[in-house]
Ligand binder design. Structure first.
Ligand code: ADP
Ligand code: MG
Length: 704
């Protein structure tokens, strides 16, 4: 049985992908070679070759049932966008043929006026261009509507400014490639042609029964519960219910895996036993560009397949107050085209020196640009998660583990262990143990952890694209590698200069290493005392993008221009306000039209009961009930009060001509606190109201 399954899967794996081997099979040798050169060396593709590729692509897609193609891109909304075109074109005489030319493959012109551009594309010039990204494979999407050929593309304005997330990501990958190669050459490596930044993003999500989900306006509209009292802690699960649910979840996961495998995403889903409604999916890592595309596909597929099993998949970072939030652990590493992981401690002292240099570059980058890392993980949703239950704090630090930290300490002190082999190196680096098998991964509380042969950036939110965080990591590490290379290339004695550089870097930046419990208050106090930024909210975090040092590093590495950064700053800030605006209006609607009417009904019933009993029993005997009614009504009054306050605050924002920053600040300091107040009263009322009257499923219904 098992064997049979395996065979089916290896057969269907990537069957929806126009893979390299399919291309080799279907293209002439000459065109295939030209294509490879374009992918590997960035050379231009001739229109003749592009025509042949386009035609082969179409034939392949038609054989698989496709009728349409789309340029699949990632505008600054953070989602993916598609514009579908049919292959079919009129051929005269009322007939039609299928056609897909190189022009249609390479360049598209979606009407882009409705995508946010932060002023990069003036409204009278609505055109944006999409350009084929041939480094990410073309694939097919199957859904109820049919089969579509999806062409991963970059999206730019007419004057070449990036309007998407892919373009800067590709540029950052190129930046780190260039700088890392300089370092490898210094170590005498003449064979590596390319250094690749890799990512593997573990995706967390919640699965909620769709019938219950449909009864919660907040979940449907905003992705998170805006109300809901915490369930009793020790609530026992109904075994039978959980049993059938478990089976439904397993069926969901099986279909999910199969769908993703067909699209070439090697995914492994897991049932998270700790919280029945929360689950995780980990794909096998790949280069950051493809990994980003895959993560978008994973999120789309999660949502789509959930529907087939009467679930709603929730990707929000904090759908439920008081329960674990969802994140996306972004595993990041550097490897070479000839198969070396540059973050893997080597066997020889020379290898280890190289490893330590890359490690120090990352350490320095994290210490010098914590604000950018924090900003790259900022969103209205993630703000509720960071620093909360089982989520990294908003303070950036780096976990290295005791062993590696001790090795760095020894290097800093200039201590030698026994002279190592015949190496000229004066640093005790020959003795790095196998780190992946030691305790490096035990600490789950660090926002940026070294886990054996990769770094794990754990701040990223579950609904976010991983393009932004990886663009930042690539850029800041490329910047440090550049400085290292500049210094070492000048040195007359490479090994002496290397040792000096390592000692200095460790001395100046080891303060960022923290191996303790990142969730503890003690650490946050200590970190703040040491001057580490603790950026609690997104509005403050976004400002990091337009600080002088940020603009400098992005321009230096040719990743973003100042103009592009300012546009992103504006878009992110506006998106923040929009998100909170939608949440506030949803909360109002629920409070006014669902919660308040239920409370009025229940309190009326209570009052009638008190009135009826008054005639029959002593005042003394009625006191607890009257007092309960009294307390209940006071809470109802407070709830009403907060409704008016929230309405006023929303009107204030609408009636003033605020710029996007002022609006975001008002949302953060004005709207959110009132929403929290309102929730406090509503949640208290929920615990006092007859559950038959309560107008929506509670936390116990949803997640237990
Ligand atoms: P865990 O975190 O549960 O111990 P792993 O360490 O095996 O699991 O991997 C978690 C994620 O990290 C997976 O998505 C995996 O593909 C990814 N990953 C593993 N090695 C690397 C690497 N060298 N570079 C980037 N991502 C990696
Ligand atoms: Mg992990």
């Amino acid at each position: 049985m098992k064997e049979e399954k395996r065979e089916i899967y290896t057969d269907t794996f990537a069957s929806y992908v126009f893979t390299d081997s399919v291309m080799r099979e279907r293209l002439s040798e000459e065109v295939y070679k030209e294509y490879r050169k374009t992918v590997d060396e960035g050379s231009e593709l001739s229109s003749k070759a592009a025509d042949e590729i386009a035609d082969a692509m179409m034939q392949w897609a038609l054989e698989k049932g496709a009728t349409h193609y789309t340029h699949w891109f990632q505008p600054l909304t953070g989602f993916t966008a598609e514009k579908h075109d049919a292959f079919l074109i009129p051929a005269g005489n009322g007939k039609a043929i299928n056609e897909f030319s190189h022009k249609a493959l390479i360049k598209g012109e979606p009407d882009a006026s409705s995508f946010p551009s932060g002023g990069l594309r003036s409204t009278f010039e609505a055109r944006g261009y999409t350009a084929w990204d041939c480094s990410s494979p073309v694939f097919l999407k199957h859904d109820k509507a049919g089969v579509t050929l999806c062409i991963p593309t970059a999206f730019c304005s007419y004057n070449g400014l990036a309007l998407d997330k892919k373009t800067p990501l590709l540029k950052s990958a190129e930046a780190i490639n260039k700088q890392a190669l300089r370092i490898l050459r210094l170590f005498g490596n003449r064979t590596t042609k390319k250094v690749i930044a890799n990512a593997g993003a573990e995706q967390e999500y919640f699965l909620i029964d769709r019938d219950l989900y449909n009864k919660r306006q907040d979940l449907q509209i905003t992705g998170r519960t805006l109300f809901g009292a915490r369930p009793p802690k020790a609530q026992e699960m109904d075994d039978h219910y959980f049993g059938t649910l478990k089976e439904r979840v397993s069926c969901f996961m099986r279909e999910l895996d199969e769908e993703l495998w067909k699209m070439g995403v090697y995914a492994k889903t897991e049932h998270n036993e700790a919280a029945p409604a929360q689950h995780e999916l980990a794909p096998v890592f790949t280069d950051v560009n493809v990994a980003t595309d895959h993560n978008q596909l994973i999120m789309e597929t999660l949502k789509r397949v959930a529907l087939h099993h009467n679930f709603a998949c929730i990707l929000h970072e904090k759908p439920f107050e008081g329960v674990n939030g969802s994140g996306k652990h972004n595993n990041w590493s550097l490897s070479t085209d000839d198969g070396i992981n540059l973050l893997d401690p080597g066997k020889t002292s020379e290898d280890n020196a190289q490893f330590l240099l890359f490690l120090c570059a990352v350490m320095k980058a994290v210490d010098e640009f914590p604000g950018l890392l924090r900003a790259s993980a900022a969103s209205a949703g993630n703000e509720h998660r960071l620093g909360g239950f089982e989520a990294p704090p908003a303070v950036i630090s780096m976990f290295l583990g005791e062993q590696l930290t001790e090795i760095l300490n020894r290097i800093e002190r200039g201590e030698h262990t026994e002279p190592t082999s015949k190496s000229k190196l004066e640093i005790p680096v020959a003795a790095i143990p196998n780190l992946s098998t030691d305790s490096t991964d035990r600490n789950r509380t660090s926002p940026f952890a070294f886990t054996g042969n990769k770094f794990e950036f754990r701040m990223v939110g579950s609904s976010a694209s991983i393009a932004g965080p990886n663009t930042v990591i690539n850029t800041i590490v490329a910047h440090e590698l550049k400085l290292f290379a500049d210094e070492l290339e000048q040195a007359s004695d490479f090994h002496a200069a290397l040792q000096k550089l390592l000692m200095r870097t460790i001395r100046e930046h080891k303060r960022i290493i923290f191996n303790g419990n990142g969730y503890s208050d003690e650490w946050i106090r200590r970190a703040e005392a040491q001057g580490f930024p603790n950026i609690a909210n997104s509005v403050d975090a976004y400002r990091e993008y337009i600080k002088e040092e940020a603009i400098h590093v992005f321009e230096e590495q040719h990743v973003y221009t100042k103009e592009e950064l300012e546009a992103r700053y504006e878009i992110k800030m506006s998106k923040y306000s929009k998100t909170i605006g939608i949440e506030a209006r949803t909360a109002l609607q629920m409070a006014k039209r669902q919660i308040l009417p239920a409370c009025i009904e229940f309190s009326t019933r209570l009052a009638q009961n008190v009135r009826a009993l008054e005639k029959l029993v002593s005042t003394e005997a009625l006191r607890p009930r009257s007092e309960f009614l009294n307390r209940y009504l006071l809470l109802v009054n407070s709830l009403e009060e907060s409704i008016y306050q929230l309405e006023e605050k929303i009107a204030e924002i609408q009636n003033h001509d605020l710029d996007f920053y002022e609006e975001a600040v008002l949302c953060r300091d004005g709207v959110l606190p009132i929403m929290n107040e309102m929730r406090k009263y509503a949640d208290a009322l929920e615990t006092m109201t007859d559950q038959e009257v309560w107008p929506m499923p509670t936390y116990s219904d949803l997640i237990l």
